[in-house]
Design a protein around this ligand. Structure first.
Ligand SMILES: Nc1ncnc2c1ncn2[C@@H]1O[C@H](COP(=O)(O)OP(=O)(O)OP(=O)(O)O)[C@@H](O)[C@H]1O
Length: 249
């Protein structure tokens, strides 16, 4: 189980301290498929970064299967089994795709070939390319997915896998994520704005203003997202406390 207790993140910027995550209490069961959704700027990526250890939480605790990993750094969290597929994957100038795949999986080219094929890239066209800005957004996203799926993870957070991926390929990549999940042993958390992902999730978690506003099964959450949630956030409301009343039960 991935368990968050009063997890908070404050960031200091030009306007002083900003509260990005506010006392997040969340328990995610092993081997479930979660969709994390909500309006832009709601804190989804920040939460993912705190879980991965890219941002250090200001307060609160994080546990993975009863181990307190709050003070683990990124490498220690990765070793503990947490993986994160970035919304905008980093580029690594000077590093070839083949080497990136080897580093992530700690094995040879045979599986690198298979993994590239699985994400819809022709190995001979990509293995010797550099992971730099010459790769398109969709290509770099696919390569990252190949690296993440090559690790043995207990928890994988996919940050908007739909971003930058063409319409025709997205369904295929989503099937790959789902198939990987179905093999068992992994908790999948997909940050998404895409209805197709929401429709596949065991549970949907709605996040806004740095807080978990609602969570529940698809049917319950679908009504909230299509009804009250839409009425507020699609009408460009400010999202203050009164506005949020609409999707509280
Ligand atoms: N390093 C930072 N410095 C200042 N503000 C930040 C920083 N990182 C995130 N924020 C702010 O925190 C809020 C939450 O951002 P976050 O990226 O987590 O939202 P999100 O829910 O993932 O949004 P989206 O759906 O647009 O991807 C935003 O208002 C963002 O501007």
């Amino acid at each position: 189980m991935l368990k968050m207790e009063s997890l908070s993140l404050d960031i200091t910027n030009g306007s002083g301290d900003v509260s990005i995550l506010k006392n997040i209490d969340l328990e995610l069961e092993n081997e479930k498929f979660y969709a994390l959704t909500g309006p832009n700027g709601g804190g989804k990526t920040s939460l993912a970064r705190v879980i991965m250890g890219i941002y250090k939480n200001t307060r609160g605790k994080l546990y993975l299967d009863d181990t307190d990993i709050t003070d683990f750094n990124i490498t220690e969290r990765a070793k503990a089994g947490i993986s994160y597929a970035f919304q905008n994957p980093p580029r690594f100038k000077g590093l070839k795709v083949r080497d990136l795949l080897k580093i992530s999986a700690n094995n040879g080219d045979d599986t690198a070939y298979a993994r590239l094929r699985a994400v819809g890239l022709c190995p001979q066209d990509y293995l010797d390319r550099e992971c730099d800005n010459s790769l398109s957004g969709g290509e770099v996203k696919r390569i990252e997915l190949a690296t993440v799926l090559s690790r043995h993870s207990k928890v994988i957070i996919y940050d908007e896998p739909e971003a930058g991926v063409d319409l025709w390929s997205f369904e295929k990549l989503l099937n790959l994520i789902k198939k990987y999940h179905s093999r068992g042993g992994v908790t999948s958390i997909v940050i998404t704005h895409h209805e197709k992902v929401l429709s596949l999730a065991d549970e949907i978690i709605l996040m806004a203003e740095g807080e978990i506003k609602e969570r529940g099964n698809r049917d319950r959450m679908w009504n909230i997202l299509q009804g009250d949630f839409r009425c507020r956030w699609q009408q460009n409301c400010g999202g203050d406390e009164d506005e949020l009343e609409c999707y509280r039960q």
